[in-house]
Design a protein. Structure first.
Length: 150
């Protein structure tokens, strides 16, 4: 929970500094080298489009499923923190790049996209219990279905 709010507040601080304070963060806004903007923009688009689905589907992978069954509390802490760090670090970088490149809209849209995915990974106790028991319930239901067919 601390990781979630810390990184979210850092992104919020970038927003407050860029919008409301007299801090000029547009160091690359007036450069005539549009090639660097294009390269960084494409890298961030690809990174964001790769990280968001990966973070949302992280607990569906077989290796994580077995780790969740073996030691649920430790695995959930480790992989849940990794999932939050993946999403929120991309959010922070996109927020910074939005202001560094002089209000470039693509970075803002990417930051909003990541921000909209955060409620789906918000770390609550009920979500933790659901994610640790969902895998074992699914396996039990599959086993029962196979036994009923025989």
């Amino acid at each position: 929970m601390t990781v979630f709010w810390t990184w979210l507040l850092m992104s919020g601080a970038v927003y407050v500094c860029g919008e409301f304070l007299d801090i000029d963060m547009g160091v690359l806004a007036y450069k005539h080298d549009s090639r660097s903007n294009y390269i960084v923009q494409m890298m961030m688009i690809l990174l964001t489009l790769a990280v968001v689905p990966l973070a949302l589907r992280l607990f569906k992978f077989q290796s994580l499923d077995s780790a969740l069954k073996a030691r649920p509390a430790q695995a959930l802490l480790r992989w849940g923190t990794l999932r939050l760090l993946m999403l929120e670090s991309v959010l922070l970088v996109n927020s910074l790049l939005y202001y560094i490149y002089g209000f470039e809209p693509a970075y803002g849209y990417l930051a909003v996209m990541v921000l909209l995915t955060l409620p789906f990974v918000y770390p609550t106790m009920s979500r933790c219990k659901a994610e640790t028991t969902a895998a074992s319930d699914t396996d039990d239901n599959l086993q029962r279905g196979a036994e009923e067919e025989i």
